[in-house]
Ligand binder design. Structure first.
Ligand code: SF4
Ligand code: SF4
Length: 221
């Protein structure tokens, strides 16, 4: 039997292209939902692309699914950005993020550039893509200002369902009580490190994945 690496497997089986489309669809659906709610409540909806304020949302802990890390990893590889320096940075930030309360974390995302723009925007994970607010962008950086955000329950539920579908397609055995999720830099690093491995299933399964309770402690924003 042909032995394939993670990268070969997700590309040749169409898993990567499906994930890109499905994540994009979930994000697009939240945009429709956010605009519909804005229309109903007569509130102007703010999208990332029209936000000209410092990105408070990109300086907080983002919890992503492994499959979302794979989509970002593929983006980085396509752009020739998978370097030892990037992996070191991802590791350092992931270690620090995991050791910090989400209430205290205020550091820019690895993928935020000097102009406050996301450098993996087309491949950003759903926790980033589902975010829409109805209040002025500056309020996101002001702890004393109220922020009204779109709550994307339905879209998030679809993203969560994809976890099991992705695991099945990868033939990655379920870990009882554990989920293949983590802070974004960790998920991207894990995906990059697994990319060229033929033993990627054992490698991934052997990592210390969080329980639901662990994951709940990383509430975003
Ligand atoms: S991935 Fe992009 S949108 Fe998400 S937190 Fe990082 S810079 Fe912001
Ligand atoms: S959540 Fe706030 S800071 Fe982030 S892009 Fe939207 S308006 Fe800007």
């Amino acid at each position: 039997m042909e032995v394939r690496t993670l990268g070969q497997f997700v590309e040749q089986e169409g898993i990567l292209s499906d994930l890109r489309k499905l994540v994009g669809d979930i994000i697009a659906k939240s945009g429709v939902g956010a605009r519909r709610l804005g229309k109903e409540q007569r509130l102007p909806v703010v999208q990332c692309t029209s936000c000209d304020a410092p990105k408070a949302c990109c300086k907080s802990i983002v919890v992503a699914r492994l499959y979302e890390g794979i989509v970002v990893a593929a983006h980085l590889r396509d752009e020739g950005r998978d370097t030892p320096a990037l992996r070191d940075e991802l590791r350092t930030i992931a270690d620090a993020m995991e050791a910090t309360s989400p209430f205290d974390w205020r550091r820019p995302c690895v993928f935020l550039d000097a102009n406050e723009r996301c450098t993996v925007y087309a491949s950003r994970p759903t926790p980033c893509g589902l975010l829409y607010v109805y209040t002025p962008p500056a309020a996101c950086s002001d702890p004393s200002a109220p922020v009204k955000a779109y709550v994307a329950h339905a879209e998030n539920a679809v993203a969560e369902e994809l976890e099991d579908q992705f695991r099945d397609r990868l033939s990655l055995r379920k870990k009882v009580g554990r989920r293949y999720i983590g802070v974004l830099p960790r998920m991207v690093l894990v995906a990059l490190e697994a990319w060229d491995r033929t033993d990627f299933r054992d490698y991934l399964r052997g990592l210390d994945w969080p329980s639901d309770a662990d994951a709940a402690r990383w509430a975003r924003r």
